[in-house]
Design a protein around this ligand. Structure first.
Ligand code: HEM
Length: 402
C-alpha cells in the first residue's frame, strides 16, 4: 500500500500538494501536522457524496483517536474538535445549534448590511490613500480590517479588544503553532468577558441575541455552547473573508487582461471574480474534520474504516481536471463552469456565504474604483502558515501603479 502523504503544516505549496493528492485518486491517506492520520478526499463528486452521507459526521466522539484520548489541548487540532457548537455537532444537535443563528444570516438581512460595509471600506481606503509613499500591504490595510470590523460590528466586540482577538483567531488557523492550549484558553476567556459584558448591558448585536435566545422547548444555549458558537462565528466569519478579498485582488493584479475586462464590463462581473477566486484559490484549502461512523467502501474499492478521520480537500477539488478541464489550474473569470465547494456542501454548508460574498463584492468594487492603477508592489507573497487557511501573509501593492 502507498505511504500516506504528509501535508506541510506551513502550507507552503498547497496546489503542488493538491496535485499529488489528486494523482493518488479521489480519496487517499494523509498525515496531518502532529502525526494525525486522515483520509483526504479530493474528488469533487466523491466529496459531495461523502459530505451528504449519513455514515460521515463531525462529532469527534466517532473518532478512534479522540476516544483513546490522544488529542490533547496543546495540539493545533484541539480548537477544531474540542468545541461545543454546530461545527462539531451531528443530527438533531447540529440542527438545534444552527437554527439559532441562521435567521440572522439570510440574504435579505445580510444585504441590509451593505451601507455599513461600504462605510468601513471607504474609511480604510481613505487611510490607504493618505499613505505617504503610495504603497501599502493590502492584507493589513484592507483585506484584514474590513471583515474584522464587520464581524465586530455584528457581535458588538469592543474596539479595544479587536487587535488581540484578530491575533488569537489567526493562531487558530496556524497549524505550525506550539502553544495552542494557551491560545484557546485566552480566546475562551475573551469571549467569556464579552458574554459577561453583554449580559450586564445587552445591546443591538448578535452576542446579545444569542444570550437571550431560547430553543423551542424554552431552554437556552449552555454556557459552553454559547462561548463556542461565538468562537466559531467570529473566527469562521473573518479569517476566511480576509483570504477571499486578498486572493481575489492578487488574482486580478496578476491577470491584467481580466482586470481590464472586469473594469470595462462594470458591476456585473464582480460575482464572476469572486466565484472563480473561490474555485481557484479557496480561502479554506482543507477542512478538518469528519469521521466515518461505519466502514465506508469507496467506488474504487478502498474502505475508510469506522473511526477514521476524513479531511475535505477543497483546494484540490476546485482544480479537478475531470470537472474543470485541462486548464483547471488557470484563473479565468470567463470560464463557463465555476462550480466549487469552497463553502462546503450539505448540512454544514457555510452559514456566512452571503455575508462573505457581499463583503468581497463591496471591498473589490470600492478598491478598484479608488485605485484604478493599483499594481503588485515589491516583495514575496508568502503563504499564511497553515494547511487550512489559504492566503498571503502580506500583499504589497503600489496604489498608483508600479
Ligand atoms: C470566504 C469566506 C468564507 C469561506 C470560504 C467559508 C468556508 C466555510 C467552510 C468550508 C465551512 C465548513 C463546511 C464543512 O463543514 O466542510 C464553513 C462553515 C461555516 N461558516 Fe463559513 N466561510 C466563509 C465565511 C464565513 C462567514 C463570513 C461566516 C459568518 C459570519 C461564516 C460562518 C460559518 C459557520 C457558522 C459555519 C459552520 C456551519 C455548520 O457547521 O453548520 N463563514 N465555512
Amino acid at each position: 500500500m502507498e505511504q500516506p502523504l504528509a501535508l506541510d503544516p506551513a502550507g507552503r505549496d498547497i496546489h503542488g500538494e493538491s496535485a499529488l493528492l489528486r494523482e493518488r485518486g479521489p480519496a487517499t491517506r494523509v498525515v496531518l501536522p502532529g502525526d494525525i492520520a486522515a483520509w483526504a478526499v479530493t474528488g469533487h463528486a466523491l466529496l459531495k457524496t461523502l459530505l451528504t452521507d449519513d455514515r460521515v459526521n463531525k462529532d469527534p466522539k466517532n473518532w478512534g483517536v479522540w476516544q483513546r484520548g490522544e488529542i490533547t489541548p496543546d495540539m493545533w487540532i484541539y480548537t477544531w474538535v474540542a468545541v461545543n457548537n454546530m461545527f462539531t455537532a451531528a443530527g438533531s444537535d447540529h440542527r438545534r445549534l444552527r437554527k439559532l443563528i441562521t435567521p440572522a444570516f439570510t440574504g435579505r438581512r445580510i444585504e441590509a448590511l451593505r451601507p455599513t460595509i461600504q462605510k468601513i471600506a471607504d474609511g480604510l481606503l481613505d487611510d490607504m490613500a493618505a499613505s505617504s509613499d503610495g504603497t501599502a500591504d493590502l492584507r493589513s490595510a484592507y483585506a484584514h480590517p474590513l471583515p474584522m470590523q464587520v464581524i465586530c460590528h455584528l457581535f458588538g466586540l469592543p474596539e479595544k479588544l479587536q487587535p488581540r482577538m484578530a491575533l488569537l483567531v489567526e493562531r487558530v488557523f496556524d497549524t505550525t503553532i506550539e502553544d495552542a492550549a494557551s491560545n484557546f484558553a485566552e480566546l475562551q476567556q475573551m469571549l467569556g468577558d464579552l458574554i459577561a459584558l453583554k449580559r450586564a448591558e445587552p445591546a443591538d448585536d448578535m452576542t446579545s441575541v444569542l444570550i437571550a435566545t431560547r430553543d423551542d422547548d424554552g431552554t437556552r444555549l449552555s454556557e459552553a455552547e454559547l462561548t463556542d458558537t461565538l468562537l466559531l462565528i467570529i473566527s469562521a466569519g473573518f479569517e476566511t473573508t480576509v483570504n477571499l478579498i486578498g486572493n481575489a485582488t492578487r488574482a486580478l493584479l496578476e491577470h491584467p487582461d481580466q482586470r481590464k475586462q472586469v473594469t470595462a464590463d462594470g458591476a456585473g462581473r464582480w460575482g464572476d471574480v469572486i466565484e472563480e477566486t473561490l474555485r481557484w484559490e479557496p480561502s479554506v484549502a482543507h477542512l478538518p474534520m469528519r469521521y466515518a461512523v461505519e466502514d465506508i467502501e469507496l467506488p474504487d474499492g478502498q474502505v475508510i474504516p469506522k473511526g477514521d478521520a476524513i479531511l475535505a480537500a477543497y483546494a484540490a477539488a476546485g482544480r479537478e481536471p475531470a470537472l474543470h478541464g485541462d486548464d483547471a489550474d488557470a484563473f479565468d473569470i470567463d470560464r463557463a463552469k465555476k462550480e466549487h465547494l469552497a463553502f462546503g456542501y450539505g448540512v454544514h454548508f457555510c452559514v456566512g456565504a452571503p455575508l462573505a460574498r457581499l463583503e468581497a463584492d463591496v471591498a473589490l468594487t470600492a478598491l478598484f474604483a479608488r485605485f484604478p492603477e493599483l499594481a503588485l508592489g515589491d516583495g514575496e507573497l508568502t503563504p499564511v502558515e497553515s494547511f487550512i487557511s489559504n492566503g498571503s501573509q502580506r500583499i504589497p501593492v503600489a496604489l498608483n501603479g508600479a
